[in-house]
Design a protein around this ligand. Structure first.
Ligand code: NDP
Length: 255
């Protein structure tokens, strides 16, 4: 293992790679030498992210995709293969939240959160599996949350989806270790992105509570996810699988 963090010649798909944590991870992977395929629904955000990644010297393709749809997940992998010839890394990062008390959700809202945050990861992993087999191995990184561990009154479906991400990661890790595919979850603490900008408005006192509870004394930023992405995507982590790793400034360690 001469350069354990080198991703030269590797191809990574990042769902939700057009902003926030996904773009932070994509930038880390690009700096380590990977070619990137980013997937999101919003064409303008996709175009801006392509520019940001190309500025780092990376080969990049953006695919307009709704990863709640199995056909879109399959088409995403096909597009990566057509463009770059292989798929080595899959980051299942696309996510949404709808904040309400449990008694107020409609079944459609529940399904929308579960489909976007959890089912999409299953469908994209299934779609990428044959390509990873062909490449001789692969790395799947699933994005969980502090709500993979803790509960919150305003996050029933979101918490269920993020708890599910950890258990899905363990099952995929067990099934595909024999194929040299490692599957891990990353559990972000509170990170300043579009998603949490809305939460700060909707949940009174959230900003101050996060600062008080986080030993690092700050909110995280997308750049805080570059290092963990490179580690979990590279040969440096070949004996790490089925793990759920907090990247949270100590939030989950604080009583
Ligand atoms: P953002 O809202 O910035 O990013 C979410 C991304 O998901 C966007 O790129 C969005 O792109 C994409 N996306 C959403 N729905 C779909 C869909 N159906 N198909 C394809 N892409 C989709 O939020 P974050 O960066 O904060 O969130 C990224 C991940 O991190 C999520 O899974 C979130 O749950 C998780 N997380 C975030 C935390 C935080 O504090 N910010 C804490 C813990 C976990 P587009 O709109 O173009 O479709």
């Amino acid at each position: 293992m001469s350069k354990p963090f080198d991703l030269g010649g590797r191809v990574a798909i990042v769902t939700g790679g057009n902003g926030g944590i996904g773009l932070g991870m994509a930038q880390g992977l690009a700096r380590a030498g990977a070619a990137l395929v980013i997937a999101g629904r919003n064409a303008n955000k996709n175009a801006a992210a392509v520019k940001a990644l190309q500025a780092l010297g990376a080969k990049v393709a953006a695919i307009e995709a709704d990863v709640t749809q199995q056909a879109a997940c399959r088409a995403l992998v096909e597009a990566a293969l057509a463009q770059f010839g292989r798929v080595d890394i899959l980051v299942n990062n696309a996510g949404i939240n709808i904040r309400k008390q449990p008694q107020d959700y409609t079944p459609e809202e529940w399904k929308s959160v579960l489909d976007t945050n959890l089912t999409s990861a299953f469908l994209c992993s299934q779609a990428a599996y044959p390509a990873m087999l062909k490449a001789g191995g692969g790395k799947i990184i699933n994005i969980g949350s502090m709500l993979s561990i803790f509960g919150a009154a305003f996050a029933g479906p979101y918490g269920a989806s993020k708890g599910g991400m950890v258990q899905l990661s363990k099952s995929l890790a067990c099934a595909w270790a024999k194929d040299n595919i490692q599957v891990n979850a990353v559990l972000p603490g509170w990170i300043d992105t579009e998603l949490t900008r809305a939460a700060r408005k909707e949940v009174t006192g959230l900003h101050e509570r996060v600062l008080a509870r986080t030993p690092a004394g700050r909110w995280g930023g997308p750049a805080d996810f570059a290092g963990i992405a490179v580690f979990l995507a590279s040969s440096a982590s070949d004996f790490v699988t089925g793990a759920a790793i907090p990247v949270d400034g100590g939030y989950s360690s604080q009583a």
